[in-house]
Design a protein around this ligand. Structure first.
Ligand code: CTP
Length: 399
């Protein structure tokens, strides 16, 4: 078995081809084996040397190109591919693939990929993209099982503004990640994830919140979706990119989160409550801006609903509840108390004082606490931490 997953990147003759270089680089950095096939026209927009340097493989262009690694190139590559993405895909290549024309290295390879997942990122002038012939061809490809990435709208290289822009490399990367990063071992599971901080208003200008970035919850949502689950993400205000393959419901306050989660949790098989919910909110929200007066000011606060406690009290048989706990001392004993008090199946606990743990960074140092176990995970990226949390959730569910 080969170690790395293979991405075959097809590059056709559009100005967006320059963005595909960043995508290739991103894929290589994330451990994928990247094989690039270009059309002859694509070489007018970007030199194959760029891709060859980034991927460490010869870029294939002509049907009769030979790369010493393969014998019958297009068939060998098709067999090797875990996913094929064509980015940018011109109207021409879309038309050819929709109608079975295979007259170059790229189209012959794609034609030889019967089972492999195929993703197309159309990029062209708006009028071309909206042309009924192109739209019909895209529908034909969808019918054959291709996944079509809707082009973004914006200023296009031709000077027009509209639909036709190729999405940025991080978006294309997420499509590939979603397609091949994991086995779909969570298929059929409905997962509800909460993430980010809540914001509690003091007046129209000010609010009380916390330092949660949302990164841990978003990583869980993204990994669950990539493992095949149907994901709903209820998120407080964050500045990070929303996961593409989840139903995202933005909320602001603890009360809003409570109302949405109460409703969404009814269908969920698994709930991961990574959000940092305010425990208290101002008892009165001033309608007008509060003006400064004396040397001191006091805010009267009232308790918010404990969402997770409510979920624990209304847990369906077979439903799995995973809480999160951030502590600065007595992490395990405090977190175990939460497990019991809120009737949870697991708590993912971390200590804000540990290097690499906590809110803002891209890593976490988590201890998984269940009724009869404590498992210390190593310092990992939030994505890998999410993966390990989900492994444990599935293991507990299958007990
Ligand atoms: N939580 C919640 N609703 C709240 C407060 C917390 O659902 N109003 C959830 C969080 O999403 C998290 C877990 O409860 O999954 C732990 O939150 P935390 O605030 O650390 O625990 P508390 O039980 O509130 O205890 P304390 O604030 O004393 O640490």
């Amino acid at each position: 078995m080969k170690d790395a997953k293979t991405v075959v990147l097809g590059v056709t003759g559009g100005i967006a081809a320059y963005k595909t270089a960043s995508l290739a680089s991103m894929l290589v950095k994330n451990g994928y084996d990247v094989q690039v096939i270009m059309t002859q026209n694509a070489t007018n927009f970007i030199n194959p040397i760029v891709f060859e340097t980034l991927t460490g493989h010869k870029c294939l262009i002509d049907t009769f190109d030979r790369n010493f690694e393969f014998s019958v190139e297009h068939v060998a590559l098709a067999k090797l591919a875990d996913v094929v993405m064509i980015a940018p895909a011109t109207a021409n290549v879309i038309g050819k693939l929709a109608h079975g024309i295979a007259d170059d290295m790229l189209t012959t390879t794609v034609m030889a990929c019967r089972e492999t997942k195929k993703i197309i990122a159309p990029a062209m002038n708006t009028e071309m993209y909206l042309n009924p012939v192109v739209q019909d061809n895209l529908r034909i490809l969808e019918g054959y099982g291709y996944q079509i990435i809707k082009p973004a709208e914006g200023y296009l290289a031709c000077g027009d503004t509209g639909a036709g822009k190729m999405p940025e490399p991080d978006v294309l990367f997420e499509y590939i990640y979603h397609a091949i990063a994991f086995e779909k071992d969570m298929a059929g599971k409905k997962v509800l994830v909460t993430a980010g901080p809540t914001r509690e208003s003091i007046d129209p200008v000010r609010f009380i919140s916390n330092h949660s970035s949302g990164k841990m919850g978003y990583a869980i949502a993204k990994v669950c979706a990539a493992r095949g689950a149907e994901v709903t993400l209820v998120t407080g205000p964050t500045v990070i990119a929303k996961p593409l393959f989840a139903k995202v419901i933005p909320v602001t306050t603890a009360k809003e989160m409570f109302d949405v989660v109460k409703e969404e949790a009814v269908q969920a098989d698994i709930v991961c409550k990574a959000a940092a919910v305010a425990d208290y909110r101002p008892a009165h929200v001033a309608e007008e801006k509060v003006k400064k007066s004396g040397e001191e000011m006091t805010l009267q606060m009232e308790k918010t609903d404990d969402i997770l406690k409510y979920l624990g009290e209304h847990k369906r048989p077979g439903q799995f509840l995973c809480g999160f706990s951030m502590e600065t001392e007595n992490m395990v004993s405090n977190s175990r108390k939460k497990l019991e008090k809120k009737n949870l199946d697991m708590v993912a606990a971390n200590n804000l004082k540990d290097a690499g743990a906590g809110f803002k960074g891209d890593t976490n140092l988590v201890t998984l606490i269940t009724r009869d176990e404590e498992i210390q995970l190593p310092l990992l990226s939030k994505e890998e931490t999410a993966n390990r949390i989900l492994d444990k959730v599935l293991q507990q569910l299958n007990k």
